[in-house]
Design a protein around this ligand. Structure first.
Ligand code: VG1
Ligand code: CO
Length: 544
């Protein structure tokens, strides 16, 4: 089958954001739009020619069509072998796992993660490199540059590949292997955690758990691992059926979008443990009875207890957190005598530290936690890690959290999101903050004096790569922080994120509601940045 050469012209704005290129489905449906981006990946990653590519997505609307397009283009461009999940499905962590296990040259992952799906909602595409991790800035910049000069793409005039049966097929000269999307991932999880101990917890009869797959990709993974392999009772996995529009919901595991699950953990009859994941399976929310574990605390707690699980029995080498994530993990690293790092938002910045063996665990405040077992954040991994801890420590979630605070102190933390605000207002707000930076140190803001203020810039300790303008950081003399940044994953207007934290060493002050404990700082953050005058918003849309 001869490749067809199709003439095309560049589209503006094919620049990947925090995690790939995310746009409305209708943008992707324009003729040549997806093709241009895929060809830009293939043109800038010559190792794919004659190599192996992993393809799959979170099953959202347009996933199937996009997979077929990518298979034809991969074949036309001389990719030797493509591993594609059955049904075109792969969770983001499973794609990373498969790249590593099968020594692929990279993956194309189709997802807009926690953004809603459906014909009027969002779609996304990203490239992961041979280490299984999101393409670093150098690669995404090259891909973007290529989209700006593209004149042709290659495809085949072929019928659709049957994705619904596990089989090895050929397309032109390319071998297409339709694989079980769950098997490799489930095997990796079994190698890291004490499945017997977790199964024992479920068999004990005294432990009640629910996992909310939010009608997204983790349904099949959670059914196989929690119910089939670990023996959790049928019905443990809620909303297990993956739907192209996620059942009309917002597949974002947080207190707002998973409110029904949160309600099931409340009161004396509440569940012992509950968890949820997002559209593509890389996020996690952890709940106990009357207890929400902030993602920043979760990272710190996993770090402090890693030695209790088989996969991390040797202890951890270091921890990294994204800049806006609370400083709780730093305290654990210091107590363990291991390195800790502060990176810009986005998982791609952890890759080099993981590859170099400098860190074992990493995480973000945005419900992302992961380790060196693969190169993405991993929702079910975090859930299994917590289950392993509950089985090993024989304590409740709340007891583990409270003991952690007693030992390390509590970092009260909250994030306030103002979504879909006018871009000019949001950018004006950030520019005004930036202008004030030089005169901020020493100034009194609300009840505190500013110690340091900057626009966060990061130099990668491994390859020296530089990332600038990663968010405005204001640090007070007592260690409290306010951070402002604009989202790089939205598809409409701008989203302003404000991150607020303060440290409380005294255990008698550990039981407050974070909104209350941070009330003064929250008000200061709003006033100082002029959020209402600049965005017209009197209150945030989402508080986590
Ligand atoms: C958000 C989060 C960030 C995360 C990113 C991708 O980015 O803040 O921590 O890495 O989403 O996660 P932003 O730029 O909108 O703040 V996912 O689960 O959407 O791949
Ligand atoms: Co995600």
């Amino acid at each position: 089958m001869e490749p067809q050469i199709i003439a095309t012209t560049p589209f503006e704005g094919q620049r990947p954001g925090t995690s790939g290129l995310r746009k409305k489905v209708r943008v992707f449906q324009q003729p040549h739009y997806l093709e241009n981006f895929v060809q830009a990946i293939l043109d800038t990653r010559p190792e794919l020619v004659g190599g192996t590519l992993v393809v799959g997505g979170d099953g959202r609307y347009y996933n199937r069509e996009a997979v077929q397009t990518i298979l034809r283009m991969a074949a036309a461009n001389g990719v030797a072998r493509v591993l594609v999940g059955r049904g075109g499905l792969l969770s983001t962590p499973a794609a990373s796992c498969i790249v590593r296990k099968h020594h692929a040259e990279g993956a194309i992952v189709l997802s807009a993660s926690h953004n809603p799906g459906g014909p009027d909602a969002d779609f996304g595409i990203k490239f992961n490199a041979a280490n299984g991790g999101p393409a670093p800035e150098s690669m995404t910049s090259a891909i973007h540059a290529r989209t700006q000069e593209i004149e042709r793409y290659l495809t085949l005039d072929s019928t659709a590949v049957d994705l619904d049966r596990i089989a090895t097929l050929t397309l032109g000269a390319t071998c297409i292997e339709v694989i079980d999307p769950v098997a490799d991932y489930a095997e990796l999880m079994a190698s890291l955690f004490d499945f017997d101990a977790i199964a024992g917890l479920f068999a004990s009869g005294g432990f009640r758990m629910r996992f909310d797959a939010m009608h997204a990709i983790t349904g099949p993974y959670a059914l196989e691992i929690l119910e089939n392999r670990l023996g959790a009772e049928a019905g443990t996995v809620l909303n297990a059926e993956a739907l192209p529009d996620f059942g009309g919901g917002h597949p974002d595991p947080n207190l707002t979008h998973a409110a029904a699950l949160v309600a099931m953990t409340r009161g004396a009859d509440g569940l012992d443990f509950a968890a949820a994941s997002d559209g593509d399976g890389d996020r996690n929310m952890i709940l106990g009875r009357d207890c929400f574990v902030t993602p920043s605390d979760s990272l710190a707690i996993l770090a402090a207890n890693a030695h209790l699980t088989p996969g991390y029995r040797q202890g951890i080498r270091g921890v990294a957190r994204s800049m806006p994530t609370s400083q709780a993990a730093d305290r654990v690293a210091e107590a363990l005598g291991v390195e800790h790092f502060e990176t810009p938002t986005g998982w791609k910045f952890f890759g080099n530290l993981l590859d170099a063996g400098r860190i074992t665990l990493c995480g973000e405040e945005s419900f992302g936690t992961g380790s060196d077992h693969l190169r993405e954040k991993d929702g079910l991994w975090a859930v299994l890690f917590w289950l392993n801890l509950l089985a090993a420590r024989r304590q409740s979630v709340a007891e583990i959290v409270t003991e952690h605070w007693r030992r390390f102190g509590r970092d009260y933390y909250t994030r306030h999101d103002y979504e879909g605000v006018a871009s000019e207002g949001a950018e004006g707000l950030m520019a005004a903050l930036r202008e004030q930076l030089p005169t901020l140190p020493g100034q009194q803001l609300g009840a505190r004096r500013v110690a340091q203020a900057d626009d966060f810039a990061y130099t990668d300790p491994i390859d020296g790569g530089r990332a600038e303008h990663q968010g405005i950081r204001i640090r007070f003399e007592d260690g409290a922080r306010i951070v402002y940044r604009l989202s790089g994953t939205g598809t409409e207007g701008a989203t302003l994120r404000v991150y607020i934290e303060r440290f409380e060493p005294d255990p008698t002050g550990h039981q407050l509601d974070p909104q209350e404990a941070l009330g003064e700082l929250i008000a200061t953050a709003r006033e100082f940045a002029g959020i209402e005058p600049r965005t017209g918003r009197a209150a945030p849309d989402v508080i986590t």
